[in-house]
Design a protein around this ligand. Structure first.
Ligand SMILES: Cc1cc2nc3c(=O)[nH]c(=O)nc-3n(C[C@H](O)[C@H](O)[C@H](O)COP(=O)(O)OP(=O)(O)OC[C@H]3O[C@@H](n4cnc5c(N)ncnc54)[C@H](O)[C@@H]3O)c2cc1C
Length: 450
């Protein structure tokens, strides 16, 4: 069948797959994209977008609490959670349609269904055989659930977006960025939140200042953060679930338990074994710095590769790959260093470059210098709560080149992007010093550090 022959077949219509498919089509390739669920993938449907909408809602709730200090008499306010969910779902559906429209406009054939590799160049979708010289695995990942009795009584971040009512007492298990984000959302929308960490600090790999400050902020806001607690069982029934931990504690009752213990790549059950593609110990597709596997013509981008699990990274990797395969740019690839990130906690975290710990390991203690300041944002001059903002620069050598910038506090989410440009351009501490401050802002603290 001539129709089922493509130059490029993309398995997975999420951030990476859609971006790569569209870019390849813009170079004139005949492209098919296979998606079993809704176009847009994790980010649009159960990730960045609905998460940020919930974060916005929580930020509004926080502002309403702060309003009194500024002289507003707004009385009691109440959240219509159903209305919030409906508005969010509508917006996500609108984005699904936009994704489809963009693919159509670019001439990419949308193939709806679950794809399975037959061999390295053939994918079966409900009996239809699709063949291409180049295929892209962009199947993303799914939230993990622990292998403990009663685990099925809990939900994951996917289930969080299905909640029709706000739970009253929630336990979040796990210490990654999803816990940092969803705990703040649930707390500020009115739930009683308990966080259980397997380890002593959350968000492993981030700068120590951010990890410690985050716990402090969560506790000061009124969340219960329990460290060194490994859940080994869930007892009871909803709404009175109890988490039993390895050290014998029975923690609860909860009407909602949210597992946030990490994500697994979607590499099983899709016939990858028939392609000869290698997987790492965690099941990620092994790729080189050009996003290619050792099997000619088979490539992978995004969460399925286990590289930085962020939407802009998946998009950029997908586009570069298409430029390389179809756009006459044989060396096109992305740079995985110094990728800025935000954690939408309350308050948010913005970070780019090396943590202090990583900088010391790479450059040695003698070469690393830290500039840090902890202050109260002027916004809190009139609010009863006075959460601190902390900014930190990690610099190296006598020229004091900036290798890490870490901020936790109001506006950290928006200010880090511009500072990331400076860091990537090789900015030194003196470059920040020479930049006039913008007053009164939180960002100015980064150019006035002493
Ligand atoms: C709660 C949460 C919040 C997040 N927040 C952010 C954020 O604020 N900023 C950020 O940058 N990143 C965020 N992320 C991460 C981001 O969503 C991912 O990094 C990104 O979506 C990865 O894109 P991808 O293309 O690799 O995979 P995905 O977006 O997961 O897309 C994979 C697609 O493949 C489809 N698929 C899988 N197998 C098959 C098959 N066999 N046949 C057909 N289709 C298949 C799936 O249905 C899915 O649509 C968040 C993630 C989560 C879970």
């Amino acid at each position: 069948l001539v129709k089922d022959r493509f130059d490029y077949l993309v398995l997975g219509g999420g951030s990476g797959g859609v971006a790569s498919a569209r870019r390849a089509a813009s170079h004139g390739a005949r492209v098919g994209i296979i998606e079993g669920d809704r176009f847009g993938g994790t980010c649009v449907n159960v990730g960045c977008v609905p998460k940020k909408i919930m974060w916005n809602a929580a930020t509004i709730a926080e502002a309403l609490e702060d309003a009194e200090g500024y002289g507003f008499d707004i009385g009691a306010f109440k959240l219509d959670f159903g209305k919030l969910k409906q508005g969010r779902d509508n917006y996500v559906r609108y984005l699904n349609r936009i994704y489809e429209k963009h693919l159509d406009a670019e001439g990419v054939e949308r193939i709806v269904g679950w794809g399975r590799f037959v061999d390295a160049h053939t994918i079966d979708v409900a009996g239809r055989r699709l063949v291409a010289e180049h295929v892209l695995v962009a199947t993303g990942g799914t939230p993990r659930v622990p292998d403990v009795p009663g685990a099925e009584l809990g939900i994951t971040s996917d289930g969080f977006f299905d909640l029709e009512v706000l739970p009253k007492q929630v336990a979040l298990v796990g210490g990654g960025y999803i816990t940092a984000e969803l705990s703040g959302v649930l707390h500020h929308l009115g739930a009683r939140v308990t966080v259980l960490l397997h380890h002593g600090e959350p968000i492993r790999g981030f700068d120590g200042m951010l990890r410690a400050e985050l716990v402090q902020h969560m506790r000061d806001a009124g969340m219960e953060v329990m460290l060194w607690r490994e859940a080994i069982r869930v007892d009871g029934t909803t709404p009175a679930l109890v988490i039993v931990t390895r050290n014998g504690d029975r923690i609860g009752p909860f009407d909602c338990i949210l597992w946030a213990i990490g994500r697994s790549p979607r590499t099983s059950g899709i016939g990858l074994e028939s392609t000869g593609v290698a997987l790492d110990a965690d099941g990620h597709v092994v790729v080189d710095d050009l996003q290619s596997t050792a099997v000619p013509g088979v490539h992978a981008v995004g969460d399925v590769t286990g590289q930085l699990q962020l939407t802009p990274v998946a998009i950029a990797a997908g586009r570069k790959l298409a430029d390389r395969l179809f756009g006459g740019e044989p060396e096109a690839r992305i740079d995985y260093d110094d990728v800025p990130t935000v954690i939408f906690s309350h308050p948010p975290i913005g970070t780019v470059g090396l943590s202090e710990e990583a900088a010391r390991a790479r450059y040695g203690d003698a070469a690393v210098k830290i500039y840090e300041r902890r202050f109260t944002n002027l916004y809190h001059a009139l609010t009863p709560k006075k959460p601190k903002t902390t900014v930190k620069l990690v610099v190296t050598g006598t020229e004091e080149r900036i290798v890490g910038i870490h901020v936790i506090g109001l506006a950290a989410d928006e200010l880090i992007q511009g500072f990331a440009v400076a860091l990537r351009m090789g900015a030194k501490k003196s470059d920040l010093d020479r930049t006039m401050a913008i007053h009164p802002t939180a960002a100015e603290e980064l150019v006035t550090l002493r």
